[in-house]
Design a protein around this ligand. Structure first.
Ligand code: PEP
Ligand code: MN
Length: 352
């Protein structure tokens, strides 16, 4: 059960409700968020509690949520959440937001080059890992803070927002100093201390689905962030592990409309990690938009054959430009918009 307190309810009013819940034999967690003060209630006699609580003057609404991911669910918020990424960029609305860039920040020169190229093609957000969670301890682990500084500078030069991964709770503050969106990778989807730490700050969090996570487990991970008071969560479907070996992962396209029904949070798709093959990225991008995704996360590298990681699935700048040109018409057909609509015709037709 969720209690939404009235906007004017002060600390004493909140304490009074908490005391009353205790007397009813209920457990409560109070969440102070941008949506106001919310109390999540478990235990006790549900129907009795519902009746008594609805009478309390400091309570705006009592919502009997039937799913375990209470705050992430459509039951508590009917309308879609729109996240403000600042400077006129927001996600969860009509515009399909494209986030593009290399798997990892390899050097200043390569990042500045690719940042300019993806910005010119219509991307809104620059991606690039500075902390890389690699399957092998011998693989490139990222430039860490030096990489974050390069990302922030590239963002300043191009006007792109920055998304980058944070892999440990100790690094959340550091990464939040440089990035606009903090990414939680598939390998960390159930790192609960990381999720809690991200919930205690207000920067948007891009939460990737784990390789083998069910949709409910994924939404429960989002719930960890929301339950700490940060409602700025973007969900990212990045493919799941199946018996198929011809693709790196299997894009669970049905997850997009399903999660959008279950949750008010924006959902984006990563066609690069889903397939592991740059040749499949255009088709999967179109599928994502057709299924209602709010954005795409695409790996682009100046020279994919020389990439430190994930070269096979990275588009080169020309392929990315062609994809964006193609998606411009496609998004219109789906009654959505793309940032290419705002680019000058000169930039738009110019293949890199
Ligand atoms: C990434 O985005 O570079 C990444 C490591 O993705 P995932 O966590 O989905 O494997
Ligand atoms: Mn990658």
């Amino acid at each position: 059960m969720i209690l939404m307190m009235k906007r004017e309810a002060d600390k004493t009013a909140v304490n009074r409700v908490e005391k009353q819940l205790e007397q009813m034999g209920c457990r409560s967690v109070t969440i102070r968020s941008s949506e106001g003060v919310i109390i999540s209630v478990t235990g006790g006699n549900r129907s009795e509690c519902l009746q008594d609580l609805a009478l309390l003057p400091e309570i705006e609404r009592v919502i009997d949520v039937t799913v375990p991911y209470k705050l992430a669910s459509r039951e508590i918020k009917k309308e879609k959440s729109m996240l403000d990424l600042q400077d006129g960029v927001s996600i969860g609305g009509k515009e399909v937001i494209v986030m593009a860039g290399p798997c990892a920040v390899e050097s200043e020169k390569m990042l500045f080059t690719i940042a300019e190229q993806v910005a010119r093609a219509g991307a809104r957000v620059l991606r690039g890992g500075a902390f890389k969670p690699r399957t092998s301890p011998y693989s490139f682990q990222g430039l860490e803070e030096k990489g974050l500084k390069i990302l922030a500078e590239a963002g300043k030069r191009t006007g792109l927002k920055i998304v980058t991964e944070v892999i440990s709770p100790q690094d959340v503050e550091l990464v939040a100093c440089y990035a606009d969106i903090l990414q939680v990778g598939a390998r960390n989807m159930q790192n609960y201390s990381l999720l809690r730490k991200l919930g205690k700050q207000q920067k948007p969090v891009l939460l990737k689905r784990g390789f083998s996570a069910t949709i409910e487990e994924w939404l429960m991970s989002a719930e960890y962030i929301l339950a700490e008071g940060n409602f700025n969560v973007i969900l990212c479907e990045r493919g799941i592990r199946t018996f198929e070996t011809y693709t790196r992962n299997t894009l669970d396209i049905s997850a997009v409309p399903l999660v959008k029904n279950l949750s008010h949070l924006p959902v984006i798709v990563d066609p690069s990690h889903s397939s592991g093959d740059s040749r499949l990225v255009p088709a999967l991008s179109r599928a994502a938009i057709a299924s209602g995704a709010d954005g795409l996360l695409i790996e682009v590298h100046p020279h994919p054959e020389e990439a430190f990681c994930d070269g096979n699935q990275s588009l080169n700048p020309r392929e990315f430009q062609l994809l964006m040109n193609d998606l411009a018409d496609f998004t219109r057909a789906c009654e959505r918009t793309l940032n290419t609509d705002n680019l000058s015709a000169k930039n738009f037709v110019k293949a890199i």
